[in-house]
Unconditional design. Sequence first.
Length: 544
Amino acid sequence: MRGAKSAKWVAGAIVVALAATACGGGGEKAGAKGEVDPNGIYSIEVGEPEKLLHPADTMESNGSIAMSGLFSQLVDYDADGKIVNVNAESVTSTDSKLWTVKLKPGWTFHDGTKVTAESYVKAWNWAANITNKQGNASWFGDIKGFAALHPEEEGAKPTADALEGLKIVDENTFTIELANAVPYFAYKLGYEVFSPLPASFYADPAAAGEKPVGNGPYKFKSWEHKKQIELARYDDYKGDNKAKNGGVILKNYTTVETAYEDLKSGNVDVLRQVGPKDLPVYRADLGDRAVDQAYSAIQTLAIAYYADQWKTPAKVNPKVIQGLSMAIDRDTITKTVLQGTREPATGWVAKGVLGYTPTGSGDVTKFDPAKAKALIAEGGGVPNNEIFIQFNSDGGHKEWVEAVCGSITQATGVKCTGDAKPDFQADLQARKSKQVKSIYRSGWVLDYPVNANFISDLFRTGASGNQGGFSSPELDAKIAAADTAPSLDESVKAYQAIEKELINYMPSIPLWYYKVNAGYSEKVQNVKYAQDGDPILELVEVKK
């Protein structure tokens, strides 16, 4: 069963499903059941991955869907957010600081070599080392000795070649000592950054990123850049989630509209999203093969705090961002432009995770033009009285960005313009190179079903998901205290308190909670969507 497989920036405007057991397209009636071809191949709509297929350097949805087939992690989650062991026999701790991992014996990589304790320890050491420039290296920051392997100082070199907290006990056992107790650490181990790597990887990591060798239900077959990635079933896979098909083609599209037309004509089998233009008609077009479900992700507007606009003449006052938030008529936009496929957000933490609360953002997500205008004035106004919202044109965002801009301008007089990038890769590169003019469209899917993932991993100084340059020593201290709470329950409650205080910082503007609005062809059945919003690759059945 697949739960939250991979944390990621969301490429599209529309995606996903709440639980691994939730059925697409209306449950058991969805599509006439047909005789299954166990070796049948099917295709899914995706975009070109941003980077090489390295588990520790993939942080967007196009790459992570490939990772979900190629790699299995120690644990996963069931529909209720409970940890389920995958490659791990057990993950235990008596103090939340020293964790012991025992592996299920007999697992192999796709090249036939054994998956051992060393496969995990060596992979994590490589990923955490600053010289290897892995975008998700900060995920190893909990482990003792991380600073020596990944120093914070600009240009500093590592003073160690391994994480002090990782120790191999025997072939199938290793321990993880954290710098401080983290009660929810076991939940993190379901994220793809914690995947194992085979010995062959280290001979040429770049080549391995082009032709990855994993331990998941599918093995790599080919990658034609900007065209498709093909995965084939791995018959020696030892996990419970063996593929019910012969393989999957991850087929690249530059627009969701083109993918939808291909779905109707039978040229692609599974969609991750339907664009706003087709939302009014897709249910009628697809019937029982139309998917409409909730899932654990949120759409936000992230503030590029490094931008000159927010630094000149002085650091922006949070009241200005509060005002922009209250100028957005979420209710009308979700009902009209988004055809009821979204639910207005009332906080920063998505639904379906531990610690979700329906009142996380207080009043700042309520539409109140008079209050919005007053707050912006109290905060000193928007520099130049103009903002830009950056978005990727291949994700179906244009319509709602224009609606948000119209709402802001009408309510406050602040000029708002969409800043379109041609695709998700260009959008991410503009963020990472700090070229965003003022604000960018952001979407975040859970990495693990705990509220910390939507706060610490997005707003903590230096966190891999913090691309807007937000930083607050005061908030960092509160996050550190929540991470070291005596129990999981107390940590979750501490993060709930932090969420309510985010209105005083406004690192981003919550917009709405996602739903998956997608569909599939008559060629396939048993199409289900995981808590991270992606189709569960191995469950899809291809009809004869």
